[in-house]
Write a protein of this length. Structure first.
Ligand code: 5AD
Ligand code: SF4
Length: 454
């Protein structure tokens, strides 16, 4: 007979003096944060309370990211630090999940060198959490689940969200693109899309609960719909979401430039609720490197796309991801990246030094570019972008922003993001957090603007 693991774990916990507390710490992208909320949701079903304080927790899950080596090193550092906690509380459970957990080498390394960890599980096993916890509690042995499964989407798992006023909503999982540097297709599997009905139902529920900003999530949002029975694509999904009643705004993360059609930009331009900001990961401005990366667009096609986007939305704010130092990148290649950065005038760039990921195509290339050269290029890119945003942000002086406040900055500022996704600071009380307010921009920096509530 199939065991109901949720109930079985509940029964074990019910015998304790107090319900155990769980702490789920997510690293990396928004998608992973969203997965972490569903891990918390499952733990709540098993009778746990939730805490952000690891020292108070009886169950700790590190929901990891494998996209670059430094992300992994950080995780191993954090796992090491948990050893002392486990010595003080031998009954606690420590689990390592997420993208690193999916790679078999992680379980091997943890088994060998981090004996205080109880469970290692991959992204495919996220729904198996109740069984994994049950086995760890009853068998008292090291539990590993890195099996690749034909997973459907996570439906019907309640999410425990940290904020009420903004929420990530996954619209698709996995990636089929196989950019040559990227580990994601290996640890998150093939693309699969949620049904539009489920997505819209979830958004309606969030909006009626007071959510003011919905971030649609997926590794490649604009390949949404492939493989679904109903014929639907990302622009059509955006149209339907835009038609949902209520006072909220919509963002998405991230589209792939190769799938960014004119219709995609037209829909954003015509919409009422979709923020006029897009994240368009460039990765490199050199056609030779783009080809090696398997990105399937050229610098010229990318620039045409930006030109069209700005034609239909003159105020559009654009951000990007850039990888510096892909194997055998020359300074000439890098200069092409700088050319695009200068031509587009991004509002924000997220730049990374290339990190070799075992198992990917690019990891097989013998790289002759030195780490020093890569470091120097990285710093040059940051300096160029700093100057651009310094200048470019000045266009916002006097503008009216709709700001959703979500935190504090230094002692005197409350911070939030505008529809353009620009960090906006105002002087005010923390009660502003969670509210959407109009702000007039009075001062600009190269990373944020300051303003006054209107
Ligand atoms: N090295 C450096 N950066 C990477 N990214 C993905 N894989 C790598 C890698 N191996 C970056 C890309 C991607 C962002 C999420 O992370 O720029 O868009
Ligand atoms: Fe990685 Fe490319 Fe897929 Fe993005 S689109 S997750 S960079 S393989």
């Amino acid at each position: 007979m199939e065991i109901n693991y949720i109930q079985a774990v509940r029964d074990i916990f019910a015998k304790r003096e107090a319900p155990p507390l769980c702490c789920v710490h997510s690293y990396g992208c928004q998608q992973n944060v969203s997965d972490g909320e569903k891990l918390k949701g499952q733990l709540c079903l098993m009778g746990c309370g939730v805490t952000d304080d690891m020292t108070a927790a009886d169950i700790i899950i590190l929901n990891t990211c494998a996209v670059r080596e430094n992300a992994e090193l950080k995780v191993y550092g954090n796992i090491g630090e948990l050893k002392r906690l486990k010595e003080q509380k031998p009954d606690m459970l420590i689990a390592v999940g997420g993208c690193m957990g999916q790679e078999p080498k992680t379980a091997e390394k943890i088994k060998k060198s981090y004996r205080h960890v109880d469970i290692v599980f991959g992204t495919f096993a996220a729904k198996e959490l109740p069984r994994l916890i049950y086995e760890a509690l009853t068998k008292k042995e090291f539990i590993v689940d890195t099996a690749e499964r034909n997973t459907e989407c996570f439906e019907d798992i309640p999410a425990v969200r940290s904020e009420k006023y903004k929420a990530g909503v996954s619209i698709m999982y996995g990636c089929n693109n196989f950019c040559s540097y990227c580990i994601v297709p290996y640890v998150r599997g093939r693309e699969r899309s949620r049904s539009p009905e489920k997505i819209i139902e979830e958004i309606k529920r969030l909006v009626s609960d007071g959510c003011k900003e919905i971030m649609l999530l997926g590794q490649n949002v604009n390949s949404y719909g492939r493989g679904l029975e109903e014929k639907i694509d990302f622009p059509e999904l955006l149209r339907r979401i835009d038609n949902i009643d209520g006072d909220f705004r919509v963002r998405f993360m991230s589209p792939h430039p190769k799938d960014a059609t004119r219709e995609f930009f037209d829909v954003i331009a015509e919409s009422k609720k979709i923020c006029k900001s897009v994240h368009l990961p460039l990765q490199s401005g050199s056609d030779r490197i783009l080809k090696e990366m398997n990105r399937r667009y050229t610098a010229e096609q990318y620039m045409d796309m930006v030109e069209y986007a700005r034609k239909v939305m003159p105020g559009l704010s654009i951000s990007t991801d850039i990888i510096v130092g892909f194997p055998n990148e020359t300074y000439e290649d890098f200069s092409r990246t700088l050319d695009i950065v200068k031509a587009v005038k991004y509002d924000n760039i997220f730049s990374f030094i290339y990190s070799k990921r075992t198992g990917t195509k690019a990891a097989e290339i013998i790289d002759h570019t030195s780490e020093e050269d890569k470091g120097e290029r990285f710093r040059e890119l940051l300096a160029v972008q700093r100057e651009i945003s310094e200048e470019h942000y000045k266009r916002f002086l006097g503008a009216e922003f709709d700001v959703l406040f979500d935190g504090t900055y230094k002692e005197e500022f409350i911070s939030g993001k505008s529809g353009e996704f620009i960090i906006t600071l105002v002087k005010g009380s923390p009660e502003l957090i969670g509210t959407m307010r109009k702000v007039r921009v009075t001062k600009t920096h190269n990373w944020a603007v300051e303003g006054e509530l209107i």
